[in-house]
Design a protein around this ligand. Structure first.
Ligand SMILES: C[S@@+](CC[C@H](N)C(=O)[O-])C[C@H]1O[C@@H](n2cnc3c(N)ncnc32)[C@H](O)[C@@H]1O
Length: 188
């Protein structure tokens, strides 16, 4: 079922351009590149937004990319700019993929559990989750400059437990400034 992402239809084309050089993006692309060298073929990105990470992933030789975003406006702009690599949809629409990649999307979901579970069910080798607001169990959701909600109310231990209970494990993680966490998650 396509999620309600009408808010995201309204963000400007230059959204997150100031985050383009965030080291978490290059780190994620580097991990995907190594995974493809080791035999992976398909990556699905959930919530590609304006396609900043698509531009890093697309040049990886041999990699088949698909992006799924809930926002009709985002998808239209992505297709117009890059071609038919993108469809409108949500976490439950992720096809079986060697790799699932998700940056700055989970913290916008009221609960992380079903979205995380859906990514772990769809992926066979690797799930890369990049948090702009890492799980921290604050008491309230907070709002960014665009007045959009970040649900920073997940406890890191609850996220770790959900991953373990699904039979996966966090094999590595990087904290990148400002306030970012990239998690490399693989079958246990
Ligand atoms: C903060 S932006 C991140 C964009 C991109 N990943 C990046 O880091 O540049 C969040 C994106 O996720 C999409 N999104 C939010 N919730 C979603 C959901 N439940 N299913 C699919 N896409 C979603 C939004 O439409 C938006 O494009």
């Amino acid at each position: 079922m396509t999620p309600d992402c009408t808010y995201w239809d309204t963000v400007p084309a230059a959204f997150l351009e100031d985050d383009r050089s965030n080291p978490a993006r290059a780190a994620a692309a580097g991990i995907v590149r190594r995974e493809v060298a080791a035999g992976a073929q398909t990556v699905t990105e959930i919530g590609p937004g304006t396609g900043i990470d698509f531009e890093l992933l697309r040049p990886i030789p041999g990699l088949e990319y698909m992006g799924i975003d809930g926002s009709r406006g985002m998808v239209q702009r992505l297709v117009d700019k890059h071609g038919p690599y993108f469809i409108q949809g949500g976490f439950d629409d992720i096809p079986p993929s060697d790799i699932v990649y998700c940056r700055s999307v989970l913290e916008h979901q009221p609960d992380f559990r079903r979205p995380l579970q859906a990514m772990l069910e769809a992926a066979s080798r690797l799930v890369l989750v990049s948090w702009y607001r890492p799980p921290a169990k604050t008491t309230e959701a907070d709002y960014d400059v665009l007045a959009h909600v970040h649900y920073n109310t997940f406890a890191a231990a609850d996220v770790a437990t959900a991953i373990e209970q699904a039979g996966w494990t966090v094999t590595d993680h990087w904290t990148t400034a400002p306030d970012n966490l990239l998690q490399e998650i693989r079958p246990a």
